[in-house]
Design a protein around this ligand. Structure first.
Ligand code: NDP
Ligand SMILES: O=C1O[C@H](COP(=O)(O)O)[C@@H](O)[C@H](O)[C@H]1O
Length: 584
């Protein structure tokens, strides 16, 4: 019972019985037993009941349990569910292991996001008792050097508890390094030996995080699956974007990965799905009656999905030039948000039910055409004594590159709910601000009694719901309100849910949520291959046309609001960008 903190066993039992089908069947199987208190301890431990337990059960899958529906492809990945096995978390002698290998451990993403997220999970007791983290890359490093490298980016971000330094030391002691080539089966065999040594012959689940350039994904998956997959637990692989450059290369990548892995072993990450406000989108939609009837073409005039960064491609120009902003942000992050925004109510919160609905939205969309899109590229700009570089000043960007660093697009969903509603997307680097938001502009009030008070510009009086994904997470609704006083003057006000005021605690990084989900086997926030196909089908013809016709992007100054063409695009659809209005 050691892991039950702050809850009575009755609470624990009733929660688990209600929410965890696996617990339910195990409980039924053992409840007739003589030693019921011991059995209860086992069940609770097996379900990793901790002080967080009531928050985490979305897949009903306790940590450390081998998922029964984890298919494994290829002889090397033969999955052997252990009949009647009942792994106990929190028990050194009997608990299963979790081995996480970060492939590309010497890289930017690993240092910036993955190791810090793993530490945050450890710090907050989300990781199972027995876990190790291996870094894998070509760079020669000792375990100690890896620890030094990652300790520089670990922070006690949650509440700066006193024991943070100790926790950091304990975490770092669980981190090891193995240097090897990405296409060497021998080097992955060596990794396997090291993993087995740490796992000590116990039931072991293995997670590989591919934090490497995409051209080596397949090599790594081949070597890892053939030589370093778990022999008695699950093996899962998190794959970073980009998943291909177009429909064909993405399908090819999926086909190659599936030679070694089954679909449910592949966790294609889109870190925007792990952001708090994006997670909350479905809660807002499906648990608030007030929004439900409004969520359609009857009341919504346009939906805007906006991403902007106030810095350029500094340092990542080499990668970026091969992809451009449409592939980097629109085809994945913004389109995923759009699908969640527009989908019908799923049958349940189960990953497949949600992904089924998302894929229906994507397949109902009209493939983008050139006239639906404006592209831009930032140019150098001086402000006072400071000067900002052009995209093409980056030494890793080819001279005369036409790669867009900005794009605005109008997308349409040809279904009964959304017919005719423009979904406007805008994404850009080196703009005046850093933000990501979803803006829902409602229709004008028919026969508005107060129209005199608004003058001729009725757009100024339309309601707008804004979900500010970052920074400074918030949900606010713009309404018209009477200014207090004897006269009848109206103004625009916000009903404002500012997260930092309402929830004064730090919000977990998206990578924490997604790593935890992949460990728990929760696929809801990962991209299924048919979603990926549908997403590429929408964008591929457009991308080919832009590239074949060598369409020149409209130049915009670094730090500006982007090309004017974006305003014309919105105007063509009778709307304005909400983020550019005076009372944004
Ligand atoms: N950085 C970010 O913010 C984001 C990154 N991503 C994606 O995550 C993945 C990793 O990103 P990031 O860490 O920035 O990438 P890096 O370019 O830093 O590469 C990671 C590691 O891979 C190895 N590597 C780099 N280039 C090659 C090559 N051509 N051939 C073989 N090995 C190579 C290097 O390790 P070594 O030389 O030691 O083997 C490097 O440390 C990429 O797929 C990227 O697109 C996604 C979202 C954001
Ligand atoms: O995937 C990517 O995302 C980042 C932006 O992520 P954020 O969480 O910091 O908003 C972007 O800079 C990068 O170009 C892109 O590849």
């Amino acid at each position: 019972m050691a892991t039950i903190v702050g809850f009575s066993s009755t609470n624990v039992m009733s929660y688990a019985l209600n929410n965890d089908p696996e617990f339910h069947s195990k409980f039924n199987a053992v409840k007739g037993s003589k030693n019921s208190s011991l059995l209860f301890s086992c069940i609770c431990l097996g379900s990793r009941v901790s002080n967080h337990f009531q928050l985490r059960s979305s897949n009903g899958q306790p940590l450390n349990v081998v998922s029964s529906h984890d298919g494994l492809a290829g002889s090397s990945l033969t999955h052997q569910p252990i009949e009647g096995s009942f792994p106990l978390a929190g028990s050194e002698s009997t608990g299963s292991n979790l081995s996480i290998t970060v492939v590309g451990a010497s890289g930017d993403l690993a240092k910036k996001k993955i190791f810090p997220a793993l530490f945050a999970l450890y710090y907050e007791d989300w990781l199972p008792e027995n876990f190790v983290v291996f870094g894998y890359a070509r760079t020669k490093m000792t375990d100690e050097e890896l620890r030094n490298m990652i300790s520089r980016t670990l922070t006690c971000r949650i509440d700066k508890r006193e024991n943070c330094e100790d926790k950091m030391d304990q975490f770092l002691k669980r981190c090891f390094y193995h240097s090897g080539l990405y296409d060497s089966e021998d080097h992955f065999s060596d990794l396997d030996c090291k993993l087995r040594e740490k796992e000590g012959g116990k039931l072991s689940n293995r997670l590989f995080y591919l934090s490497i350039p995409p051209n080596i994904f397949v090599d790594v998956v081949r070597c890892a699956s053939l030589k370093a997959s778990s022999k008695n637990g699950w093996t899962r692989v998190i794959v970073e974007k980009p998943f291909g450059r177009d429909f064909e290369s993405s399908s090819n990548l999926t086909r190659c990965l599936k030679q070694y892995l089954k679909e449910d072993q592949i966790f294609r990450i889109d870190h925007y799905l792990g952001k708090e406000l994006v997670e909350n989108l479905s809660v807002l939609r499906f648990s608030n009656l007030v929004f439900m009837p409004l969520w359609s073409r009857d009341y919504i005039r346009s939906v805007q999905l906006i991403f902007s960064e106030d810095f350029g491609t500094e340092g990542r120009g080499g990668y970026f030039d091969n992809y451009g902003i449409i592939r980097d942000i629109m085809q994945n992050h913004l389109l995923q948000i759009l699908a969640l925004f527009a989908m019908e109510t799923p049958v349940s919160l189960d990953a497949e039910d949600i992904r089924n609905e998302k894929v229906k939205v994507l397949r109902s969309m009209r493939p983008l055409q050139l006239e639906d899109v404006v592209i831009g590229q930032y140019k150098g700009h001086s402000k006072g004594s400071k000067s900002y570089p052009a995209y093409t000043d980056d030494p890793t960007v080819p001279n005369g590159s036409l790669t867009p660093t900005f794009a605005a697009a109008a997308l349409f969903i040809n279904n009964a709910r959304w017919d005719g509603v423009p979904f406007l997307m805008k994404a850009g680097k080196a703009l005046h601000t850093k933000r990501a938001e979803i803006r829902v502009q409602f229709r004008h009030v028919p026969g508005n009694l107060y129209k005199r008070n608004f003058g001729t510009d009725l757009d100024k009086a339309t309601n707008e719901l804004v979900l500010r994904v970052q920074p400074d997470e918030a949900i606010y609704l713009k309404i018209n309100n009477k200014v207090p006083g004897l006269g009848m003057r109206l103004d625009r006000s916000d009903l404002n849910l500012l997260y930092r005021a309402r929830y004064p605690r730090e919000i977990p990084d998206a990578y924490e949520r997604l790593l935890l989900d992949s460990i728990e086997g929760e696929r809801r926030l990962f991209i299924r291959s048919d979603e990926l196909d549908a997403a590429w089908a929408l964008f591929t013809p457009l991308l080919k046309e832009i590239e074949n016709k060598k369409i020149a992007p409209e130049l915009y100054p670094y730090g500006s609001r982007g090309p004017v063409g974006a305003h014309y695009l919105a105007a063509k659809h009778n709307v304005r960008w909400g983020d550019l209005s005076t009372d944004e």
